[in-house]
Design a protein around this ligand. Structure first.
Ligand SMILES: *Cc1c(COP(=O)(O)O)cnc(C)c1O
Length: 479
């Protein structure tokens, strides 16, 4: 009923669309990094619910006119905003294949399930987790962190907390993380019913790492006050500057205090692929749970992240449910227990694993590691350009792939200089030449350049600083 009436015509249209899509990707460097959505396009995207059918080709032409040109820019070689992966053409094809299969990966016994198990096994191997550990592909690290906090909560309170909720608790659970920790960890505490205040935020040193002794002191203090410490969260690549906590020491502390150790390795954990970079992550293999993204430094198309949990039973007891409509059988399609739905909040789940499987098989650990190492080398290259250029100031140490800088406009007070650098970032984005984001480092606004981009070449950083310099002069004149 909803299939093409004329397969031959549909096939021709689809081949054309595929060709145009590949052209679009091949020529990405020739276009603006980002283009704001014009008013007439925004207006067209506010039409009433369509009642009548439209020709597929007509709908595609609307897409090509009103949607495709206004992507967020992260496929472009000069996109350095936030921490966003580039994606790959093969990743787009893998998405097409997964959509054609349209598998529901909540569970049961079919090919897609074995692919997800395979990629999770690969990650267990990469992070030196035991074979008995388990994992789940999720939307991203925000969800992976939430799942980890919920499993840690089960460890502390037992699965009965699912029935009784936190209202039955007399003792408040508290967790510990550094000030460099991503905001989604606090959100996970909120969503887990623990309350954002239950996440103790500890200061960081000049390298943006937390002092494990400071956590130990906070634990003693909280215990003395009648609270119940249960979780330490470490960073393997902090969102602000890419700092890596002393993971081995955090693991020692968690062991000594019998607390859960969770590591947020959204992008930084992937440096495990590189022989050169992985020593900095020592201790990650001791975590009780680990969250990381595949849509960042693995360049899998959005969205894809993963959570690994050392204790499978604990993980399952946090989420598994039953119902007559999802009875597990020994044979047939309803076999294959435990189902992935038993390890997270979703029952129906897409075939995210296929694009991950393609990326890892196609590129292999070696090429993926080279791409990551190249981004880190590019960060050092940009650092050297900034240090040699009196117009700019480096705002934070470069640990991995993130460079924070600012333009030193003259005759401005601190607040005006903050505003100036924020305006400069906006002007850069609007110019289409490149995209960076902004952040605050030591209470001052900074231009943040995150290099998670396999298309970037060194010359793109020359152009970035040149453009920032020119736009800054225009901004200064305009004042
Ligand atoms: C990106 C990021 C997150 C959030 O991950 P999403 O995939 O956007 O949900 C969490 N922590 C760190 C360190 C990150 O870089």
């Amino acid at each position: 009923m909803l299939d093409p009436a004329d397969w031959k015509a549909f096939r021709e249209q689809s081949h054309q669309i595929l060709d145009q899509t590949l052209d679009y990707l091949q020529d990405v460097r020739d276009r603006a990094t980002w283009t704001a959505v014009p008013k007439e396009v925004r207006d067209r995207l506010q039409s009433p619910f369509p009642i009548e059918a439209s020709d597929f080709g007509e709908v595609y032409r609307e897409f090509a006119r009103d949607i495709l040109p206004y992507n967020s820019g992260n496929i472009h070689p000069r996109f350095f905003g936030w921490v966003q992966g580039t994606g790959t053409p093969a990743g787009a094809i893998a998405e097409l294949l997964a959509a054609a299969m349209n598998s529901n990966c909540g569970g049961r016994d079919h090919g897609a399930i074995y692919v997800e198990r395979q990629v999770i096994d690969w990650f267990k191997e990469l992070f030196e987790f035991p074979k008995s550990a388990c994992g789940l592909l999720v939307t991203g690290t925000s969800m992976a962190n939430l799942i980890a906090v919920l499993v840690a909560r089960t460890k502390a309170l037992g699965p009965a907390v699912r029935e009784q909720g936190l209202q039955a608790q007399t003792q408040r659970l508290v967790g510990y993380a550094s000030a460099s920790t991503h905001g989604c960890v606090r959100k996970a505490f909120e969503n887990a019913g623990l309350g954002g205040e239950s996440l103790r935020v500890l200061p960081v040193d000049k390298t943006h790492r937390v002092d494990p002794n400071a956590i130990a002191d906070a634990i003693q203090h909280d215990r003395a006050a009648g609270l119940r410490p249960f979780l330490i969260i470490g960073n393997a690549g902090s969102v602000d500057i890419g700092a890596i906590d002393r993971l081995d020491e955090l693991a020692d502390l968690a062991e000594r205090e019998r607390l859960w150790l969770h590591i947020d390795g959204a992008f930084g954990a992937l440096t495990m692929l590189s022989k050169k970079l992985r020593p900095a992550l020592r201790g990650i293999e001791r975590a009780d749970s680990l969250a990381f993204d595949l849509h960042k430094w693995l360049h899998v198309p959005y969205d894809a992240g993963c959570v690994l949990v050392r204790d499978e039973e604990l993980h399952r007891s946090t989420f598994s449910t039953e119902g007559p409509y999802i009875t597990r059988m020994d044979r047939g399609l309803a076999a294959g227990a435990p189902w992935f739905a038993d390890f997270g909040p979703d029952l129906s789940r897409g075939f995210r694993a296929l694009k991950v499987w393609f990326a890892i098989k196609q590129h292999g650990a070696k090429r993926l590691a080279e791409s990551i190492e190249r981004n880190c080398a590019q960060a050092r290259y940009l650092q050297s350009l900034i240090e040699a250029d009196p117009r700019f100031e480096l705002m934070a140490p470069v640990s991995l792939n993130i460079v924070c800088l600012r333009y030193l406009a003259t005759n401005l007070d601190a607040a005006q200089l903050d505003r100036f650098n924020d305006d400069l970032v906006i002007a850069l984005q609007e110019s289409g030449a490149a995209v960076t984001s902004s952040t605050t480092i030591a209470e001052r606004r900074a231009i943040r350049v995150c290099i998670v981009n396999h298309r970037t070449e060194d010359r793109d950083f020359d152009l970035l600083l040149q453009t920032l310099g020119e736009l800054a002069v225009q901004l200064e004149r305009g004042r």
